[in-house]
Design a protein around this ligand. Sequence first.
Ligand SMILES: *Cc1c(COP(=O)(O)O)cnc(C)c1O
Length: 470
Amino acid sequence: MIYTDTRDHAVQVSFKTAVMNGMNAETGGLYVPVSYPKLNKSFLRLVPEPSFRSVAFETARLYCDGEIPDADLQAIIADAYPFSPQIVPADQISYIMELFHGPTCAFKDFGARFMARVMSFFNKDENTPLHILVATSGDTGSAVGSAFHNVPGLDVTILYPEGKISPLQEKQLSTFTGNVRALKIAGTFDDCQKLVKTAFTDADLRAKFRLSSANSINISRLLPQSFYYTFASLVVKNRIPRDSKIEDPSIIMIVPSGNFGNLTSGLIAKEMGAPIAGFVAATNSNRTIPDWIASGNYQPRPSVATLSNAMDVGAPSNYERIRDMYSLEEVRKLFASYWLDDEGTLNAIRHCYSNTGYIIDPHGAVGWQAWSDIRHGALKDLAEGKSADPQKPGLTPNLPCWTDAVLNKKAVGVVLETAHPAKFGETVHSAIGRDPVIPDRLEKVMRLPDHAIPMSADYTAFKEWLMSHL
Ligand SMILES: *Cc1c(COP(=O)(O)O)cnc(C)c1O
């Protein structure tokens, strides 16, 4: 596969170059494959559906063709995924796709673990370390730290906004030693992201170090996230005849979104032929994408703090990839777009629990509420011409191409549960009055000592630190 750049389609690079560079320093653009190959039709029709790992392998080999031999790719996938997504029915037409069964209890393990192993494969003939810089609004740091910890030849620096992530999230990314360290930045997530982006275009740093990113801008984190969309769509397609009597259902993926990496991965799965009818892009009060879909104006802005803090992104990087794939009109046909405030998020956790018994985390809750509103009349109201108030939480006014499927009760929703509820125990407790059970792997990390290094959001200070400490 050849990869090009969102800002310059004349660029042509290999998978290795795209992975190791993270982004194109010359243009500031993001790497994208020149095309989205189709998965084999007979593979997609297998009954019972193929395993998660075999979906992963059949997908990944199309993107690393000729650069990673099949046997090595099989080994990378087996080592990356000792766990898999669990698709849990919540009611007759709703499923929850649990993406938190990895070591750090959030979906980012899927991308980070694949990326770490691919980078390690490509780095094995080098004699200097590859330095990974990563900005995190919560779960990226821990997933990347955990995925790269003790991987030879790789070195990781994590930047996170001090005081803006939960104490548990902070523990999860600041207790590493050896090749992984954390800087706590006096600023916002956007400040952290800017520091990293500036470092990548800094000639002094690039002359001294081999730098790479691990944010969702790296294509090797994005591609593996498509595995679980394809897998889930096949599982649900085979289950529907047992769970409900819907013939030929339209499968809608509901994606709690921040930087829009996860949703972009879903778009890749659909392009490759997974039976997905469309998407719901669900955000918290960081409404940059819903506002763009509603108004046609894309206006990145500073992020605001919410209960679903891993989605607190005001300038989503993957907007650029989405625009590379689709026009605004196509996006309006493919997505419903929805936003929810904190009060609505707490209510969503409560309603999900009282209606289904399922304890959902604040990120998944935003998606759950979007799906709940859609199936209970919000889309019908729009179809009947009732206008929504864009200043209030809810759907944007576009009618996606799968609207009729919802109105005719032929749609099923798959809500992506992106983190384990125990990672946000306090919020969950305040909504339902009880604590989620804490998995052992989370309990363990709480007892480790913290090694984070405090730092200002000033670029010069950050650069000096890198120059003298890496
Ligand atoms: C990162 C994250 C998100 C947002 O994913 P994007 O790919 O940035 O849109 C949602 N939920 C959780 C728990 C996350 O960690």
